[in-house]
Ligand binder design. Structure first.
Ligand SMILES: [Zn+2]
Length: 115
């Protein structure tokens, strides 16, 4: 099987469950797998969390430090800044047909609640 290029891989990854919130949470501070699981009040499926962290690490946005905590890379930081820009563009529409996110900033778990 031919592997997707980084461009395709990234766009597929950002559409997947938890990708955005994980980038945002790790950008805020280094967090371990368990801390991320607890942050979501265990609403995240543990296997899915592990798999998403692996994908984010593989694409170079996160890295794991010697203490076992996930850390944002410089590339990840830049991507995160651009995602914040996109977020504020989306929120600038006062007549959006979508409900306002009930979470803080980009730490959104709406997809879990509305499952
Ligand atoms: Zn939301």
């Amino acid at each position: 099987m031919v592997q997707d290029c980084v461009w395709n891989s990234f766009y597929k990854l950002i559409g997947k469950k938890y990708t955005l919130v994980l980038i945002e949470l790790v950008n805020e501070k280094n967090r371990s797998y368990n801390e991320l699981l607890l942050y979501s009040k265990r609403m995240i499926n543990p296997t899915l969390l592990a798999s998403r962290l692996k994908e984010l690490t593989h694409i170079g946005l996160l890295t794991k430090n010697t203490a076992g905590k996930y850390k944002i890379t410089s590339k990840g930081k830049k991507v995160c800044e651009q995602l914040t820009v996109l977020n504020s563009i989306l929120l600038s529409d006062l007549h959006s047909p979508y409900p306002v996110c009930m979470y803080n900033k980009m730490k959104c778990f709406c997809d879990i609640l509305h499952r």
